[in-house]
Design a protein around this ligand. Sequence first.
Ligand code: AHR
Length: 503
Amino acid sequence: MPSARLTIDPHFTIGRIDRRVFGGFVEHLGRHVYDGIYEPTHPTADAEGFRQDVIELVKELGVSTIRYPGGNFVSGFRWEDSVGPRDQRPTRLDLAWHSTETNEVGLHEFASWLDKVDSDLMLAVNLGTRGTLEALDLLEYTNIKGGTALSDRRVANGRTDAFGVKMWCLGNEMDGPWQLGHRSADDYGKIASQTAKAMRQLDPSVELVVCGSSSAHMPTFGEWERVVLTHTYEDVDYISCHAYYEEKNGDLGSFLASAVDMDRFIETVVATADHVKAVVGSEKTVNISFDEWNVWYIERYHGVDKIEGIDNWPVAPRLLEDVYSVADAVVFGNLMISLLKHADRVTSASLAQLVNVIAPIMTEPGGPAWKQTTFFPFAITSRLATGQALELKLDAPTYATEVYGEVPLVDAVATHDPETGRAAVFLVNRSQDEAITLTVDIAGLGDVSVLESHTIADDDVYAKNTLAEPERVAPRANDTASIDGGLLTITLPPVSWSALALG
Ligand code: AHR
């Protein structure tokens, strides 16, 4: 059995883990809002029509800030459509997803749902087909107490207190040719800077995210970040990263190493942001909001799901309903490890998305809600990773991948909470055929024991949770974990994700 070693020392800190890293994303897309979080006829629906079984699962997932309402959707969205008396809200075409948006659920309803799931609102403004004035109008509506046309309209619409939204995205994926209002980096940088300055004039306390690249594989990647940040460096707090991974052409080895790509993506954007910081001579540091990340079988969307036809604009169609496997959960858990390994610069992130649409939670209309395989690494990491992320000394064998070259078989991150004295370790074994024995030097943590151990692995790496078999895959306690004389040993099964809580 191959072996690997790592050393954990609470003095070697990377950075404080911002709870915003455990954010989510709800887009008006497919059955996410309608038939997902909102289904007034469902047996568990509350007085506002929200499914309480879904609310309970979202709470268990442990999601901090939730980005809303898109995504590609936001670039065709008129926010005014989504407020006011429901029977007067217009029904609109959603060009991004070739669907019909009824606006039955809008800003007020969504904010009320967020209260139920204990999460904060992160709003995106439309910089695709709209501009600075509409962004200002929305900000006035949400953040001004009262006494102005739009804040009084909010009060009249039933919300006395301002929403007080802190995090704002300046558009969505403006580098993508598929985006309504797609622009060059130069054009986008100018409108983003102008809008950011205007928004801060209205509310200096807002935190602003400028669009970075929609993937590290865009032809404009790198140069997009440089040009956009050159225009906006002093105006924004974050630059976004988006990344989706899928197994392509049966190449499981490369897929399992997806986090290597995420690591490189983050490090390249950090380098570019710091380059611009030096060029503009700024005192402040722009961090990363990794506000879309997940496993997504995009090729299936283009090949099977995509809706077309001038007379075909369904309401809440089944779109992007990927069913996740054990291997997907392992990659997903590894992406979370990558985010935590960069806790000093990735201080906000949003899992895309939450319910039914490339989601950890699935629902059937009138039926049950259940956990996908990816639910588990998110919920466990969000609960256990507190305090500081730690730099690890990892010594592991490597394997060859088609896409990323030679990569380590094991990836890991540890966290330590100085307030509670507790630590956690998150681990993946990317080997497809061999278990790995890992020895961890934890002498620096003092006298600790294993409080919890969880491993996701299965003889069938493509096993999934489905409507027919909703509990086929779940994490199990890893009884191989033991501590002796400052050394922890654990066996990591092939294609596995594990988490340990120590204290
Ligand atoms: O999350 C699905 C889509 O992926 C989002 O709408 C878009 O921003 C990205 O391309």
